[in-house]
Design a protein around this ligand. Structure first.
Ligand code: SF4
Length: 329
């Protein structure tokens, strides 16, 4: 492997087929990071257990997500792509780290409070320990770099504190403090133009949808609410279609929409048709690759298994060092 800047770890819950929000918010960044870093990308199925009511879709969701990652350009030959529960040492490290974690620190974290509010019927032990498991993910693979959005910063700071507590308690330097790589995770609004794109809100556009389905979803997008009639001038600054034009359309097209929308020179239907065309053109290579890989689903499971082997090799080493530091008999 050519010399890389360091090792990145990032995890995402198995949410099945990915959508445009996942792509712009995470996957695109995952693909780009591979050129500079050794990347460890983990499908965190254990984390998912803290909030899911049923696990029947877990396997299929894991497969679909891995397939989308590969089709989008995450390279199995460079990056380690694997499923969290396939390397059980993470649970072991989680336990060791829990011994140096004050409970009050966990219950004070804003993310815990938020989750407890969202599911008052299920404030489980795993939910409280979520940041400890997250720290274990990063520390097990000795990742020195973690790409984070602003809302995740307290978790990484927490992981750094855990490292200091552990290393101090056991007079060791076996665990490495990860650095945050401040990353912009753009918030992508759903087709309702109001809320963050999300499967559960059914306001998403799936990457793997057909061209016709994609166009249909785009045509449903909410635009500038003040623009009631075709003859009304619009304001692209408040329109989600325009935000996405900026990502998927050419600079000339963006400039044209910006001018013509304001003087009602272009209607929303025409504007959306243009966006749908550009989006479909952008996603065409992804869809082709997805279809190719998807013809043999075993390929995806093989990639995850190779990832497991590479991840396990690092994990076994770390656990051996951790146990030696604790002086377990
Ligand atoms: S013309 Fe385009 S940018 Fe303007 S409001 Fe309609 S969809 Fe939005």
């Amino acid at each position: 492997m050519p010399h890389k800047k360091g090792r990145v770890f990032s995890g995402a819950r198995p949410t099945g087929r990915q959508h445009l929000g996942n792509y712009l918010g995470a996957i695109k960044n995952y693909v780009a990071l591979q050129d500079e870093y050794e990347c460890v990308y983990c499908i965190v199925d254990l984390h998912a257990l803290t909030t899911v009511d049923t696990t029947e879709n877990l396997r299929q969701n894991t497969y679909e997500m891995a397939l989308d990652w590969l089709a989008a350009g995450i390279r199995a030959e460079d990056s380690i792509i694997f499923v969290q529960s396939h390397v059980p040492q993470v649970a072991e490290l989680h336990l060791f780290l829990s011994m140096v974690t004050p409970l009050g620190k966990l219950t004070d974290l804003p993310t815990f409070k938020e989750k407890a509010r969202q599911q008052p019927h299920n404030v489980n032990y795993g939910l409280v320990g979520y940041p400890v498991l997250m720290a274990a993910d990063i520390l097990l693979y000795k990742a020195d770099t973690v790409p984070v959005g602003i809302d995740q910063e307290p978790h990484i700071e927490f992981a750094r504190e855990v490292v200091r507590s552990f290393n101090f308690r056991y007079k060791t330097n076996v665990l490495v403090e990860p650095q945050m790589k401040a990353t912009e995770f753009p918030k992508v609004l759903g087709i309702d133009g109001q809320q963050k794109m999300s499967k559960s809100l059914n306001n998403h556009i799936e990457l793997a949808a057909t061209e016709a389905e994609t166009t249909q979803r785009v045509m449903q997008m909410v635009t500038d609410p003040q623009r009631q009639r075709r003859s009304d001038p619009g304001n692209p600054e408040v329109c989600n279609v325009f935000s996405l034009h900026k990502v998927f359309s050419s600079p000339d097209e963006v400039a044209m929409v910006n001018i013509e929308c304001r003087r009602a020179g272009i209607g929303c239907v025409q504007c959306k048709q243009l966006f749908a065309r550009n989006l479909n053109a952008h996603l065409a290579p992804f869809r082709q690759r997805r279809a190719e890989i998807g013809r043999d689903p075993q390929q995806v499971w093989d990639v995850l298994d190779q990832g497991r082997q590479r991840a396990a090799a690092i994990a076994e080493q770390t656990i051996a060092e951790v146990k030696a530091a604790i002086a377990l008999p």
